[in-house]
Design a protein around this ligand. Structure first.
Ligand SMILES: Nc1ncnc2c1ncn2[C@@H]1O[C@H](COP(=O)(O)OP(=O)(O)O)[C@@H](O)[C@H]1O
Ligand SMILES: O=P(O)(O)O[C@H]1O[C@H](CO)[C@@H](O[C@H]2O[C@H](CO)[C@@H](O)[C@H](O)[C@H]2O)[C@H](O)[C@H]1O
Length: 508
């Protein structure tokens, strides 16, 4: 990396091994289309915009690196350049692992700075501008250290410790897109409305780069977003899973989650555009559901069994009464919500479904999509508890083969409180747990929004099916062992076929 434009030779291999690299199994073929640079006394921070031509469709990645003459303690370099042991030797790091990067990003945001690219692409006429945006009311911070958040993330988050006040989390978006990133705009709008239902926003950075596919040849999009980090809290998926496994009552929390969800929808409707759903909107929504249905059937052939029932439900949805369209979360599930003691539920990650094109994720939509997402998530808890019980029972049977003959029918898992529980018993208690949680969530939502979910059950069914079809594809691609969870749900939902008359019955 002797000039700003060059990248370390082994960078494609390094990127291929990162969790955020979308085309698993392939090595990227990068074209550097620009970037920007910040110089600090002991470190040079260079952000590269790298277009990957290695996979089917070109994807633009943001790859920030730091270059140092001295090694960073406890951090493995991505590469070393120059002659080892001489004055020319330099260590190249993944910038999020280098505290100098986090500090520089916060400086750019909090001072509303404007930077310009000084790399060779810029002299060829492409000026990549970078601009920081401070959230009104955000105070200056003094950084004391930082580390990368570990976990299965599609972006890279850095936790930054500061001298006073709560830590900060900076999310560095890896795949870049033209246009607003809803994660930034929606959370900033909710925080600006004074709501504590999302973490306090601190600021964001936007960048521009060349894009021959756009009318003016330029694209502009979000590069990073900073907000208050809530330390020591668990996401709702873990809280709910523990509660279901212990067969504890979750209805009060689920009810509060319904209220919080309706509250966030109401803040979004007040702060951002809404519109009455026209017949063109309804047709477009159903057309996109049908496309998703066809794509899911192509990837998961066993879904064909439910084809006709799903079509009937979509047709009934078309004739139903539709509420107004507005901005929504878009990929709402228990993993996107934190339980914070003394504060209650806090919602995160408004970036929308990762498998949906970014431009679509900013379109106005039905709040029922989020409601359906969370209802599906309670069902996932039940499915996951049932699977865990089966796994535990087979492990037990494998470790005690002599007992296995009598144990297999009621193959036992061990309950933390009451001793052995059969997988069938664990599964049915988890189903009851999920049903109660779903009802409580719906009640909380209905009470706060005034929108009676049970009266719109048919429309909600269409959105639940749509989400479950998305999940079937997601699981087929990422976690085949989980695929039965959405597929069984599709079977149950398909049984609500209006042609079967079941809709007269009360169901959840
Ligand atoms: N402000 C925050 N406070 C505490 N934890 C957070 C915060 N933001 C994110 N997290 C944690 O990081 C995880 C991933 O964040 P998320 O926004 O979902 O990133 P991604 O889009 O990369 O999946 C969350 O599930 C949560 O556990
Ligand atoms: O969190 P992401 O934005 O990356 O969302 C994707 O991954 C989720 C899994 O982590 C996936 O969610 C599905 O599994 C969850 C349990 O792990 C469950 O709670 C959700 O209801 C279910 O949809 C999500 O669909 C996908 O977009």
């Amino acid at each position: 990396m002797s000039t700003e434009a060059s990248i370390p030779e082994n960078l494609p291999q390094w990127v291929a091994a990162q969790r955020w690299y979308a085309d698993k199994g392939s090595i990227p073929r990068f074209e550097r289309i620009g970037g920007w640079r910040i110089d600090r006394p002991a470190v040079v921070i260079t952000t590269h915009y790298l277009l990957d031509h290695g996979a089917g469709r070109a994807t633009l990645y943001q790859v920030p690196l730091t270059e140092r003459a001295e090694q960073l303690e406890g951090v493995l370099p991505v590469a070393t350049i120059g002659d080892a042991g001489t004055a020319s030797e330099r260590f190249i790091y993944d910038a999020p692992a280098d505290p100098a990067y986090a500090e520089a990003l916060l400086e750019v945001m909090l001072s509303n700075s404007e930077l310009a690219d000084s790399s060779p692409e810029a002299s060829a006429g492409t000026i990549n501008t970078v601009s920081g945006h401070r959230q009104p009311g955000a105070a200056p911070v003094e950084v004391t250290g930082s580390h990368v958040l570990r976990g299965e993330q599609s972006n890279t988050s850095i936790i930054v410790d500061v001298v006073s006040g709560p830590p900060v989390i900076i999310k560095v978006f890896r795949a870049l897109h033209h246009g607003e990133n809803p994660d930034v705009t929606l959370q900033s709008a909710i925080a600006a409305a004074g709501s504590a239902l999302v973490p306090r926003s601190i600021g964001a950075i936007e960048g521009s780069w060349s894009d021959s596919g756009r009318p003016n040849g330029r694209a502009t999009g979000h590069l990073a977003f900073a907000q208050e980090f809530l330390p020591g809290v668990e996401d709702a998926w873990r809280v709910a899973l523990q509660s279901a496994e212990a067969d504890e009552d979750f209805t009060a929390k689920a009810h509060k989650l319904g209220v919080a969800t309706a509250e966030v929808h109401s803040v979004l409707a007040a702060a951002l555009p809404t519109r009455v759903a026209t017949s063109a909107d309804i047709d477009a929504t159903l057309a996109s559901m049908r496309l998703r249905h066809a794509a899911a059937e192509a990837e998961v052939p066993s879904l064909a069994e439910y084809h006709v029932a799903i079509e009937h439900i979509y047709e009934a949805a078309r004739l139903a009464s539709w509420p107004a369209l507005q901005r929504i979360h878009g990929d709402y599930h228990l993993g996107q919500v934190l339980w914070v003691h003394g504060r209650g539920w806090v919602l995160l990650d408004f970036e929308g479904e990762p498998m949906r094109p970014m431009a679509e994720r900013s379109e106005l939509d039905l709040t029922l999509r989020d409601v359906a997402g969370m209802l599906r998530s309670f069902d996932y808890v039940a499915g996951s508890v049932a699977q865990n019980a089966l796994v535990a029972a087979s492990a037990l049977a494998a470790s005690a083969p002599a007992a296995s003959a009598s144990a297999s029918a009621s193959a036992s898992a061990t309950s933390p409180t009451d001793g052995p529980v059969s997988p069938a018993a664990a599964a049915s208690s988890a189903v009851r747990w999920a049903e109660a949680a779903r009802l409580a969530f719906m009640d909380g939502y209905t009470e706060r929004s005034g929108f009676d979910l049970r009266a719109h059950r048919l429309l909600l069914d269409a959105f639940e099916i749509d989400k479950a079809l998305y999940e079937a594809v997601y699981e087929a691609r990422n976690r085949p062992a989980w695929i039965d969870i959405p597929v069984s749900a599709i079977g149950r939902l398909a049984a609500h076929d209006p042609a079967s008359g079941v809709h007269n019955a009360e169901y959840i």
